[in-house]
Design a protein around this ligand. Structure first.
Ligand SMILES: C[S@@+](CC[C@H](N)C(=O)[O-])C[C@H]1O[C@@H](n2cnc3c(N)ncnc32)[C@H](O)[C@@H]1O
Length: 374
């Protein structure tokens, strides 16, 4: 049986030179819409589906088949595997986002009733509709259902395993690959032979080995909410103690596919703001990776807004960026120390986010990715 060899993608990678002013050229129509609804599937099911579809699982092709058929089968299996992985990841993201929205509504209603706002146990958002007891009950029920579905999928652990597959060499490797040449070309403190290794904080690290090859000049500290390896420290970055001495600051902070993982737009902004407290001002680099649709296909976000937001945090130099087929890579330099870059807000604006959720591209088929910066 001859299986057609799948065509190689001819899509060109877009490289964007080192500049802060270039607009994004991407016009992808990808959406973040979810198409995977494994209702009733168990975590074992999800795992076995995923494992069965991995390239190694595809190597059971009959020994009598031609080399071409084996190669083609492997390619088809890899494609299926990659689709299954992507579907799992997308579904997990969708659930995570919805969970954050429900929790944020409940949180806001609790804060509001504690401060005497809204009255009667119901929450009145400023100029927004009243949050009724029935809505709260619905949100609580939905939270339970979401958590159940997440558990059925295999929880964060399953999501991370799926993401690790996405980092495999067959799929292009982990995203540290892009960062290394950027550091080599621009970090003023870099002296591979005689200098102190650069300190790198890898937030949301799936592997402790991403920077192992460069260990003579990069000292990596990997952290994650749910470490997949004993060499990764279990830590919620938002609760990580802020360095008190200059020696504890980092030269590089990596947020690769972490900001989009967080479901709540305000928490995404908080993570970005928190990153400024860990970097050496003047030279520290933030490495930010987002799925491309967050930048080129969102109603609420685009390249220009991201650059503006980052500048408001003190990341006034966009050292380099690269819009690839699926991912957007950014390296920002922290030029302004956090205390003087917007941490202090006037009383008048204290309740008004610096960057609220605001429609920028009111077009169909766009996704709702958004970052709110308080
Ligand atoms: C898609 S994975 C990203 C993995 C990897 N950095 C990459 O580029 O492929 C997102 C990871 O971020 C972690 N994460 C999310 N929020 C976090 C937080 N507040 N502190 C630490 N890790 C976090 C999750 O546990 C998850 O493992």
């Amino acid at each position: 049986m001859a299986i057609k060899k799948p065509k190689r993608s001819t899509a060109k990678r877009r490289r964007v030179p080192v500049t802060a002013s270039l607009p994004p050229t991407a016009t992808s129509t990808t959406t973040s819409q979810n198409s995977f609804t494994p209702a009733g599937s168990s975590s074992a099911d999800s795992l076995s589906v995923l494992m069965a579809l991995t390239p190694s699982g595809a190597e059971t092709t009959s020994s009598t088949s031609s080399l071409l058929t084996i190669k083609s089968s492997k390619a088809v299996a890899r494609k299926k595997s990659s689709m299954a992985t992507a579907q799992l990841i997308r579904r997990y993201h969708t659930l995570n986002k919805e969970l954050s929205q429900c929790l944020a509504r409940i949180d806001a209603s609790t804060n509001s009733s504690q401060s005497g706002n809204g009255g009667g146990g119901g929450y009145q958002r400023s100029q927004g509709p009243r949050y009724t007891a029935q809505q709260k009950a619905n949100d609580l029920a939905r939270i339970a259902a979401i958590r159940q579905e997440m558990d059925d999928l295999g929880g964060l652990d399953m999501y991370q395993k799926a993401s690790t597959l996405g980092q495999s060499k067959q799929r292009g490797g982990d995203s540290s690959k892009w960062l290394i040449p950027v550091i080599e070309s621009c970090h003023p403190q870099l002296d591979k032979k005689a200098g102190k290794p650069l300190r790198l904080l890898d937030i949301g690290a799936l592997s402790p080995h991403n920077y192992q090859k460069y260990s003579s000049w990069i000292k990596a500290t990997p952290i994650d909410l749910n470490p997949q390896d004993p060499l990764i420290t279990k830590m919620d970055f938002l609760e990580m103690p802020i360095p008190t001495t200059k020696d504890d600051l980092f030269d590089i902070v990596c947020l690769s596919l972490v900001v989009n993982f967080v479901g709540d737009p305000a928490q995404r902004g908080e993570i970005l703001r928190h990153s400024t407290r860990f970097l050496v001002p003047g030279t520290g680099l933030l490495y930010l990776v987002l799925p491309l649709p967050c930048i080129d296909n969102s109603r609420y976000m685009d390249h220009e807004l991201l650059v503006e937001m980052m500048a408001a945090l003190g990341y006034t130099t966009l050292v380099s960026h690269h819009l690839a087929k699926k991912l957007a890579y950014y390296a920002f330099r922290l030029d302004v120390a956090p205390s003087s870059s917007g941490d202090k807000k006037s009383k008048k604006t204290v309740n008004q986010p610096l960057f609220p959720k605001k429609m920028r591209h009111d077009k169909p088929n766009r996704n709702n990715f958004c970052i709110v910066l308080a």
